[in-house]
Ligand binder design. Structure first.
Ligand SMILES: Nc1ncnc2c1ncn2[C@@H]1O[C@H](COP(=O)(O)OP(=O)(O)OP(=O)(O)O)[C@@H](O)[C@H]1O
Length: 303
């Protein structure tokens, strides 16, 4: 019999998950999994829980939480030789990864149904300075807003909390001087931000990296060069529709390896959480994780 371990963050998003837990367990059992669960206790706990579940031979880890929880689960299994399959029940504030793999958001039971009818698919993840990421890594003052927003405020007003904080930060954003090497090319100069992306849906902007593919072994690299406030706002509004990529302030390309060396101090953002300080070298790990996607998403990828 196959065994599933549900690792859930009881504090994620609007704290929805726990109320549905008995039904979730029942559905996995009915689908033929012997199922148990673990509630995370704080930062880093999902890393240990995922590693322990893998070592105990679980076939499937179901991560229930936001992108932060999924990131931790992936960091727990990425280094192991024998990695279990991964499924995701999205109940966080940002659920970019779940959106990318076609799992319904903030509806626990609908997500479970899609998972149980879904299909496994091997997808890429990123590695930088010994940390793994599943959606996106980046640097530049604006990327810091994803973890500057207090968790209580996210629980209360959800995604809106990011926009409010973003507006507040905008006038104080300064460019930073960097060297970015990507697949043999070099950019040198001042930038507002850079993003190294695996999925097309980032922070609610669904077309920020419109060409990204989940399993092609390539990142989408996006660099926003120095821009003034008015230009910045114009480019951000273009980005809502995916029309920013031809703007003269933007470099948008595919790359398998990206090395960022910063002259000014720069923090690294990994899947929306603080990931230490740059510099860093980003490496795409080709089809490293076996994830259960919606059957529809798998069909779209194979078209
Ligand atoms: N019991 C807990 N109490 C407090 N924090 C926790 C607990 N368990 C996990 N965490 C922390 O919460 C962080 C964020 O959680 P998660 O991403 O699941 O939800 P979120 O903040 O609602 O959504 P998002 O990160 O997508 O905005 C995790 O990275 C983890 O460090």
């Amino acid at each position: 019999m196959k065994r599933a371990r549900i690792i859930y963050n009881p504090t994620s998003g609007r704290e929805l998950f726990k109320k549905h837990l008995p039904e979730v367990l029942q559905k996995f059992e009915q689908a033929g999994y012997e199922t148990s669960c673990h509630a995370t206790t704080g930062e880093g706990d999902a890393i240990q829980a995922a590693k322990a579940a893998s070592e105990r031979g679980f076939d499937l880890i179901v991560a229930a939480g936001g992108d932060g929880t999924i990131n931790e689960v992936v960091n727990g299994i990425a280094e192991l030789e024998e990695r279990p399959q991964l499924a995701v029940i999205p109940v966080g504030t940002t659920n970019d990864f779940a959106r990318a793999i076609g799992i319904p958001l903030n509806n626990v039971i609908a997500a479970v149904d899609v998972i149980l009818e879904g299909e496994p698919k091997k997808i890429d993840i990123g590695k930088v300075n010994d940390h793994y990421f599943i959606n996106i890594a980046g640097g530049g003052r604006l990327t810091e807003l994803t973890y500057e927003v207090p968790s209580k405020l996210k629980t209360m007003v959800g995604q809106l909390a990011y926009y409010l904080k973003g507006m507040e930060m905008l006038p104080s954003i300064r460019p930073a001087e960097v060297e970015i090497e990507y697949d043999g090319k070099l950019f040198q100069g001042e930038i507002m931000l850079f993003l190294v992306s695996l999925t097309n849906s980032v922070g609610g902007f669904e077309k920020l990296a419109p060409d990204s593919k989940l399993d092609d072994g390539m990142f989408d690299l996006l660099i926003l060069k120095k821009a003034n406030l008015a230009e910045f706002i114009r480019i951000a509004s273009l980005a809502l529709r995916g029309d920013h990529i031809n703007d003269e302030h933007i470099i948008y390309t595919k790359a398998n390896r990206v090395k960022v060396v910063n002259k000014d101090k720069m923090q690294l953002n990994l899947d929306g959480e603080y990931g230490g300080m740059l510099p860093g070298e980003f490496v795409n790990m080709y089809q490293h994780i076996d994830v259960i996607m919606s059957a529809e998403k798998v069909r779209q990828m194979e078209e």
